[in-house]
Every structure is written in C-alpha cells, then in structure tokens.
Design a protein around this ligand. Sequence first.
Ligand SMILES: [Mg+2]
Length: 124
Amino acid sequence: MDISDVLTRLRDFTDERDWAQFHTPRNLVLALVGEVGELAELVQWRTDDEVRALARTAEGREALSDELADVFTYLVSVADAVGIDLDEAVHAKITKNAAKYPPELSRGSNAKYTELGTRDAQPS
Ligand SMILES: [Mg+2]
C-alpha cells in the first residue's frame, strides 16, 4: 500500500467537504481513539477463536475491515496534521524496536526490553 495515495484521497475527501477546519491534531487523535474503541467493541467478550471465526464470515469480515480502515485512515490523518511522514516513522520505529529487542535476548520472551535477560522467558 502506498500511504501517499491514501493521504491524497483523504485530503481530497476532506477538502470536498470543507472539513479541514475540524481536523485539528487533537480532534483527529480523539477520532482515532474512538475508532480503536469501535474495533475493540467487535472483539470484546469473544475468545481469540471466536474473533478468527468472525473474520471468516462475510458480515464480520466487513465490520473488522471497516474499523481497521477507520483506524488506519485516522492514523494517517494525525500524522499528516502534525507533519510526520508515517512511512518514515514506521520504518524508524521498527529499526528502534529491533535494537531494543535483539533476537538473542528476546526470542520466545514476552519481557519488556528493560527486563530482557533479567527473568525467565515467558511464552508469548
Ligand atoms: Mg468506525
């Protein structure tokens, strides 16, 4: 997926409706949180197996897809509103995480990076 294409479509969508006036960083973060809540609502009170089964139904798959897309589009919009290149940010963070969680210390462990090697590995 090309994030810049998504961003172009989102900007066009917003401009066509004159909604940029509402799309402040704070409002967009709150909208993002709301969409994460809608995604969470789809999985709450269900087991992991039930969530996977939900994703195999047409209706459940559409609902999950819609909320994942809502979360992603608001995430892209927040980054745009504060002038952060999300593609660069994601790659930079993966690089940081790789340094924080070296495979030789973190494989099979759910320990936080500050506790790697200080306690027994827990199955993740
Ligand atoms: Mg939604």
